[in-house]
Structures are given as structure tokens and as C-alpha cells.
Design a protein around this ligand. Structure first.
Ligand SMILES: Cc1cc2nc3c(=O)[nH]c(=O)nc-3n(C[C@H](O)[C@H](O)[C@H](O)COP(=O)(O)OP(=O)(O)OC[C@H]3O[C@@H](n4cnc5c(N)ncnc54)[C@H](O)[C@@H]3O)c2cc1C
Length: 301
């Protein structure tokens, strides 16, 4: 395998690293070594990497900002490609086009500055455009798919296809049929709106996040999806679990829906706390919470 990995290193040079800790590329700041971490900066380079991995039977995973994942302490075998160097963003008329690695909040900021409405309520989500599509990320009643027009995605063979929104099944924090695809680029159709009103909306959302969320600690946002007619954070609070800790992982006292890394959490601490919270909420409140965050690598139990 080392010989195959060295061929990737030869191609990408300093944009390829061996055994990088996942804590360096995830917002939980936890997790073990990634065998091969690559940051392609162009479509041909990404296509080369994807095809090379498919042909060499190397496991392949793509990540954006790592803000919705928990990587195991054992790390991830094979190649992890980060999209962060593919981050161009353009606005023509009422269409915003962004590469998958563009930070979602940069897209929101650009749309607000251009007097275009459709993304402003999702201000402050710390992921990328690619991650927002895969998760159908959203906040304050606005979701990624509300204004999405179409996106381009790459198959393992390197072939690129365009998908219109109408061809994809999506719902709250769920998009079907994307498995094995790399999102490359997306187009959003927005609506002209008064810039001052949009800026006020954006500031309001950013203010509410700073007030309610534990942004001074590493986390990956809400751990669980919102159950029908309720909020995971309300249930976790009502179950008396705020402040519950395992190792360096703790249920945030500021927002019970978040698990924070208080400094030295291992992924196994966070995972054990997720399981404990789920079991306690089931036992005390009778609700089966569904995980929103994505577990990557091996977890025990
Ligand atoms: C403080 C904080 C607040 C948050 N608030 C919100 C919120 O209000 N609403 C919300 O919905 N989420 C929120 N999140 C969660 C997270 O930011 C979103 O889910 C975000 O959309 C994830 O994007 P990402 O680029 O970080 O994805 P990653 O975590 O890197 O990846 C998530 C999944 O998408 C896949 N993926 C990523 N990029 C691509 C690509 N180009 N092609 C194919 N697959 C890809 C990965 O393989 C993985 O399965 C919050 C997180 C934090 C830390």
C-alpha cells in the first residue's frame, strides 16, 4: 500500500500528508490519524485522485470543513480528500455559483452584500457548500435546498454529472442518492431584496448563535436531529443532562444540543457521551433521538 500512497504523494507534493490527525481537520478537534490527507486544488487533480483510488481499491472519503463529523480515535484508512482549495464563488444576476470547498458563510455573506435573499438565515453555519448540500444544512427556517437550483457531482470514474434539484429527494437534514459522489459545484437562485434588511437578518442570526451556542469550545453543532414537534436540546435539558461529562467531552451547559470538547476529549469520550445522552433521553423522556452527526471510522459498542 505504501508504494501506492507514494504515487499520490508524488502527484500532490505538499498538498498530500501521511498520518495527519483528524483533530486538525475537524471542528470537534478530536480523532486519530488519516492515512493519506490530500487537498486537491483543481477539478483535473481531484478527478485523477478519485480515479486512482477507485482503480487501486483504496478507500476514498471527501470532507469539507469537518464540522458535522466525528472521526474515530483509530482514524481513517485510505484517502481523505479535503475540498478547501476548490473555493471559487461567483454571482451573476440572481444566480450564485460556488465550488464545493467554498465556505458556506462566505457564500451567505456574498449573497447578502449583493442584495440577494435566500441564504441569509443560514449565516454562521461553519461548513462548506459541498457539506451543506450533503446535509441539507439549515437554520431559522431556511435550508440549503430551498434556493438550490442544480449541482455538479463526480462519480468514482471521474465522470461529472449535473443534477437539477427536481431530480433529488431531500428532506430535513437528509438527501438521498449522493453516496459515492463528490459534490463539485452548486448554483443557487436567489431573490433581489433590500440590502439593509438582509444585513439586519444576518446580524440577528449571528448574534443569536453567539448568545445561544458554545462557540468558544470545539464541537460539531447539534448532535441530534430535531424530533417531530420538539427540540433535541429541550429534551436533553429536561432529562437533566446539561453538564454531563465523559472524559473531555461534555454536554454544553449553554446549549444542551451540543457536545463540546473541553480540551482533551478523545473521540471515544464523545461517542460514549452521545450514546449515554441517547439512552437517558429514551429512558427519561421516551424519545428516540436520531444522530445528525456522521461517525467515521471504527467505534466500539
Ligand atoms: C458551531 C456549529 C454550528 C452549526 N450549526 C449548524 C446549523 O445551524 N445548521 C446545520 O444544518 N448544521 C450546523 N452545523 C453542522 C455543520 O456545520 C453542517 O452540517 C455543515 O453543512 C457541514 O459541512 P462540512 O463542509 O463541514 O461537512 P463535513 O463535516 O466535512 O462532511 C459532512 C458530510 O458531507 C460529506 N461531504 C462534505 N463535502 C462533500 C463533497 N464536496 N461531496 C460529497 N460529500 C461531501 C462528508 O463526506 C460527510 O459525510 C454546525 C456545526 C458547528 C460546529
Amino acid at each position: 500500500m505504501l508504494d501506492t500512497y507514494n504515487q499520490i504523494k508524488d502527484k500532490f507534493g505538499p498538498d498530500c500528508a501521511f498520518d495527519s490527525p483528524a483533530s486538525g481537520v475537524t471542528t470537534y478537534r478530536a480523532g486519530g490519524p488519516l492515512d493519506v490527507l490530500v487537498k486537491p486544488s483543481s477539478l483535473p487533480d481531484l478527478a485523477w485522485l478519485r480515479k486512482f483510488c477507485a482503480e487501486s481499491s483504496i478507500p476514498f472519503l471527501v470532507l469539507g470543513a469537518g464540522s458535522n463529523v466525528l472521526v474515530s480515535d483509530k482514524g481513517i484508512r485510505g484517502v481523505v480528500a479535503l475540498t478547501v482549495k476548490m473555493d471559487r464563488l461567483e454571482i451573476f444576476g440572481d444566480i450564485l455559483t460556488a465550488e464545493a470547498g467554498a465556505l458556506w458563510d462566505n457564500a451567505v455573506k456574498a449573497s447578502v452584500s449583493a442584495g440577494l435573499s435566500g441564504l441569509e438565515k443560514t449565516s454562521g453555519i461553519p461548513g462548506t457548500v459541498g457539506g451543506a448540500i450533503v446535509m441539507n444544512a439549515g437554520a431559522f427556517g431556511q435550508e440549503t435546498f430551498d434556493s438550490l437550483e442544480s449541482f455538479e457531482a463526480m462519480e468514482p470514474s471521474g465522470v461529472v454529472k449535473t443534477f437539477r434539484k427536481s431530480e433529488v429527494k431531500y428532506s430535513y437534514r437528509r438527501v438521498e442518492g449522493l453516496s459515492g459522489l463528490i459534490i463539485l459545484k452548486a448554483a443557487f437562485r436567489l431573490k433581489a431584496e433590500n440590502i439593509t434588511a438582509l444585513q439586519a437578518d444576518r446580524s440577528g442570526v449571528l448574534g443569536a448563535r453567539a448568545e445561544k451556542q458554545p462557540l468558544d469550545f470545539p464541537s460539531a453543532g447539534s448532535v441530534f436531529k430535531r424530533p417531530a414537534g420538539d427540540f433535541a436540546s429541550r429534551l436533553i435539558d429536561a432529562a437533566g443532562l446539561k453538564g454531563l461529562a465523559i472524559g473531555g467531552a461534555r454536554v454544553s451547559e449553554k446549549h444542551a444540543g451540543f457536545i463540546i470538547n473541553t480540551g482533551n476529549a478523545r473521540a471515544c469520550d464523545i461517542y460514549a457521551l452521545i450514546k449515554k445522552v441517547k439512552a437517558e433521553v429514551k429512558a427519561r423522556m421516551g424519545v428516540d433521538l436520531e444522530l445528525e452527526q456522521i461517525l467515521l471510522g471504527e467505534f466500539e459498542g
